[in-house]
Design a protein around this ligand. Structure first.
Ligand code: ADP
Ligand code: MG
Length: 379
């Protein structure tokens, strides 16, 4: 079907018919038609003499939700701003849909960005805030009203359209910021830590709302966060960055189950994966007075074990209990083993005492082995 047919479908959503064709379905339809994937090829960026993005590559397929995650300063915002066109790139190619957008200004890239500080216009109503970009773009007034109304319905803001931002809660303001992006019906949403300014409870609630929104609109999304839980819960694919480089790309569970190096292994998952120093020889990893099945090879390694994969037995590694944290649904235990900190999580309740020695056996089904020198996963 041609794009002008879509336009006439849109135009036909006048009185009476409107309720049958939602913005969501039209947006989904257009999104598919325009095939707005994003392709990042060999992107480099320097500020002065300092290179902060060192040749980054990844592809986002149409409709996918991708999280860019990594510690503060690793280059997430810089990369997102380059996709948006707010920051020039030094080399490489950025494509949105089938267009190379390197030299296009932000307004022509068909993207909409939501920032951490969403700075609404205080003297404008919710409706005016949401429709402002369309007004600037000289969109027809009726069309602005229609799109704002539909976005408000999607976001549950209908009854607040006449209010000023100061009469809204934090979550509602965040929704208005998203509304501003939605009304533009872009090919790609770009989010830069949009939830970081919200308190913990609201952050979790908004996280669910963003996920639900993506399930409805299916708009290609790049979501930047330093919070791995946010990345894990929201994304189809996660791009893990460190110091201007990509460490690993994968689905949340790929990264959790098969981290390629110690950085990803300890960054993804909370509490972090335990790393116990050991010695690999003839396919056995020796730790303390025990040994476990490992990859081929020799040398010093770190044995990686997630907290939930330490099993209570009498045939394990003897560890000293330091602190016990019962949360009701589980028991978190902090321990020491040969001068190393270890965390274990049990689904059951335990009444361990500080100073007590307990025996924990790494679950042989879930062991990870990293080369001590290179920090890379050994297979
Ligand atoms: P993140 O969003 O992951 O926290 P940024 O993309 O903001 O990281 O920053 C990446 C690196 O680039 C950091 O080392 C930061 O200090 C540097 N940087 C960011 N913006 C500028 C700028 N305008 N001038 C100089 N250096 C910058
Ligand atoms: Mg940032």
């Amino acid at each position: 079907m041609m794009e002008n047919e879509i336009k006439s479908t849109k135009a036909a959503t006048g009185r009476g018919q409107r309720k049958f064709i939602s913005l969501a379905s039209v947006s989904r339809y257009l999104g598919r038609l325009r095939m707005a994937g994003v392709e990042i090829k060999e992107i480099r960026k320097s500020y002065g003499a300092v290179e902060v993005i060192h040749g980054v590559n990844f592809d986002i397929t149409d409709g996918e939700f991708v999280a860019l995650v990594g510690p503060s300063g690793c280059g997430k915002s810089t990369l997102l701003r380059m996709i948006a066109g707010l920051e020039p790139i030094n080399s490489g190619t950025i494509s949105i849909g089938d267009r190379v957008v390197n030299n296009l200004p932000p307004a022509e890239r068909d993207i909409a960005m939501v920032f951490q500080t969403y700075a609404l216009y205080p003297h404008k109503s919710v409706a005016e805030n949401m429709g402002f970009a369309l007004k600037v773009a000289k969109t027809d007034k009726k069309e602005i009203t229609r799109r704002v109304k539909e976005a408000a319905e999607i976001l549950g803001l209908t009854e607040y359209l006449d209010r000023k931002p100061r009469h809204l809660s934090g979550g509602q303001r965040q929704r208005v910021a998203m509304g501003r992006a939605i009304v533009r019906d872009p090919q790609v949403f770009l989010f830069d830590e949009p939830l970081s300014n919200l308190d913990a409870k609201l952050r979790i609630q908004m996280r669910t709302e963003i996920k639900e929104l993506h399930q409805r609109l299916k708009t290609t999304t790049v979501f930047v966060t330093h919070d791995q839980i946010e990345a894990m819960t929201l994304a189809d694919q996660i791009v893990v960055m460190q110091s201007g480089q990509i460490e690993q790309i994968g689905t949340p569970l790929d990264l959790y189950d098969n981290p390629v190096n110690e950085f990803v292994a300890t960054f993804i998952g909370a509490p972090s994966m335990n790393l116990l120093q050991g010695r690999l020889s003839d396919g056995r990893i020796h730790v303390g007075d025990r040994d476990y099945s490992g990859p081929l090879g020799h040398g010093l390694v770190n044995l990686g074990i997630r907290p939930e994969h330490l099993l209570l037995t009498d045939q394990g590694l003897a560890m000293e209990v330091k602190v016990v944290e019962p949360t009701g649904s589980e028991t978190m235990v902090f321990l020491r083993f040969e001068g190393q900190d270890v965390t274990a999580i049990f689904r059951e309740r335990h009444d361990f005492k500080p100073g007590q020695i307990i025996n924990l056996r790494p679950d042989p089904e879930h062991l990870h082995c990293f080369d001590l020198t290179t920090s890379q996963r050994m297979i």
